[in-house]
Design a protein. Structure first.
Length: 507
């Protein structure tokens, strides 16, 4: 079949590059889903990477780092704050400036992505672009051909001939050999080293730990590393990782590190740390690359184990992926009704509540924000408010007001109407919320969604609509299966209706 974009190479160069980007993004989304991050919006990834590389940043700095518009960054950051991934605080020198920082959940997510989805997507992208030559048209043509031949999802494994081998007694001598080599080359084998290396079965395996090895394409065992239980609080030490000095150009260390991190997750390890020396600069850089963070508490608690240890690092082991906000908890609004003594509710950036609020929002909102660094009791907040029910979100730096119940009901009714349109072939106007209106072209089992007016940021782009309990959102670019859009739409309506029913049952 004729491909117009490739026939008119330079006329439609931008469109052809966009099409390729859409196809690669679709494959990347499947990789995220396979790693348990199906709810992670693509826009979140660039902000997560920017904060990981740059550290804390203002909205303006993120705009410069990523190269997209400020409103787009602001919307993305707000969504990430709602998921508890970032914390927004006012700048000390200018209260109008908002500083953005990763929360502990955000740090954990980045660490998980580095050893799973991000690593796999990088590997796939390198694979599909390797040795591509010629001018830009030739390169596009070759990448499109390769993508048609094998999608990114089938290119996620490094083609280095390395494989992970589990521990067996036959490999115990290799465990000793590989570790003794690097320790004696840089330091001195200490009693604690010899004890473990001579009997890894008793000191690691029998205590619930694990040891993994790396074998190269020649069949040689060239690397080893261990997860060793330490103490009585469920902590594990990432330890005794060594790669043969003659094989260090094969990236076996990185391969083994990722395998051990993922093995720790499989084992349900909650606390993971390592001890090393400042002399091991390359190793420290590798640990930092994959999410280990320097930790003074670990240093104080465990470093006496080795004379050479002057660096301690902790790995953020929370493996939860991005989740929808927790179900709404309803605070009873009838002042006259007897109320049990409330349990303290710890501040939780991703937890949502329906709380009574007064018509004069300023006073109770200020009161709620005053609790941001303390334990919040719902009853204490309610004493300052009357019977008007609003949705609120507990965020890292306070409590945000979302929608009144009436507003949510109106939105629900609007969604029901929009959903009916999408079930029938033809062209339909769809409200995005705010001042943006879209055109939905329904043809059989496909739906094309295009923004037609007015927002300058999104005019002319094809988008996927995301219907959430906070409104209608713009998602990935592309043409989508009719069933996918309708199923997502219906699921969102169900969530909104359930929240409203919880509120009215309380009233």
């Amino acid at each position: 079949m004729l491909d117009v974009l490739s026939q008119k190479n330079y006329l439609f160069l931008g469109s052809r590059m966009k099409r390729l980007a859409e196809r690669m993004q679709a494959d990347a989304t499947k990789i995220f889903e396979a790693n348990g991050h199906g709810k992670l919006l693509p826009a979140f990834n660039t902000v997560l990477a920017a904060l990981d590389l740059h550290g804390d940043a203002t909205i303006g700095q993120l705009v410069e780092l990523i190269g997209i518009s400020q409103p787009a960054i602001t919307r993305t950051v707000a969504g990430m704050a709602d998921k508890g991934l970032v914390r927004l605080t006012a700048d000390d020198d200018d209260q109008r400036v908002r500083n953005v920082a990763l929360t502990e959940d955000g740090i954990c997510l980045v660490a998980h992505l580095k050893s799973t989805a991000w690593l796999q997507i990088e590997c796939a992208a390198k694979n599909i672009t390797r040795n591509v030559s010629g001018d830009v048209i030739d390169q596009l043509t070759e990448i499109e051909r390769r993508l048609e031949e094998r999608p990114l999802t089938e290119r996620i494994q490094p083609e280095n001939g390395l494989e992970i081998v589990p521990y067996s007694e036959e490999l115990a001598p290799d465990f000793y050999r590989l570790n003794a080599e690097w320790i004696e080359d840089m330091f001195v084998l200490e009693p604690s080293d010899i004890e473990v290396l001579k009997d890894p079965q008793s000191h690691i395996i029998d205590k619930g730990g694990d040891i993994l090895f790396v074998r190269n394409s020649s069949g040689d065992i060239i690397g080893a590393g261990a997860l060793q239980p330490v103490g009585e609080d469920g902590a594990f030490e990432f330890t005794k990782m060594g790669v043969s000095s003659t094989k260090r150009g094969e990236k076996a260390g990185e391969f083994l590190l990722v395998a051990l991190i993922n093995r720790a997750r499989e084992m349900g390890v909650q606390k993971l740390h390592l001890l090393t020396s400042k002399k091991c600069e390359a190793a420290i850089h590798l640990y930092e690359k994959f999410g280990f963070r320097h930790d003074a508490i670990i240093m104080e608690k465990y470093a006496a184990k080795y004379e050479r240890a002057d660096v301690a690092m902790r790995y953020p082991m929370n493996t939860q992926s991005v989740k929808a906000a927790a179900p709404v908890e309803v605070a009873k609004a009838q002042a006259s009704a007897p109320e049990p003594v409330p349990e303290p509710v710890a501040e939780n950036p991703s937890q949502r509540f329906a709380i009574s609020f007064s018509p004069e929002m300023d006073a109770p909102l200020s009161l709620a924000r005053g609790y941001r660094s303390e334990i919040l009791k719902r009853a204490e907040l309610r004493e300052a408010c009357n019977q008007d029910v609003c949705f609120m979100t507990f965020v890292a730096d306070g409590v945000e007001l979302a929608h009144s119940a009436d507003t949510v009901i109106e939105h629900l009714q609007s969604l029901d109407g929009e959903l009916k349109k999408l079930r029938h072939d033809g062209e339909h106007l769809i409200r995005f919320g705010g001042d943006a209106v879209g055109l939905a072209k329904v043809r059989g089992e496909k739906i094309t969604l295009s923004v037609v007016a007015p927002s300058d940021e999104i005019v002319g782009k094809s988008v996927q609509l995301r219907y959430t309990d906070q409104g209608i959102r713009l998602g990935e670019i592309g043409v989508f299966p009719k069933k996918l859009v309708i199923d997502e739409f219906e699921a969102s309506i169900t969530r909104v209706r359930a929240e409203i029913m919880r509120v009215y049952r309380a009233l």
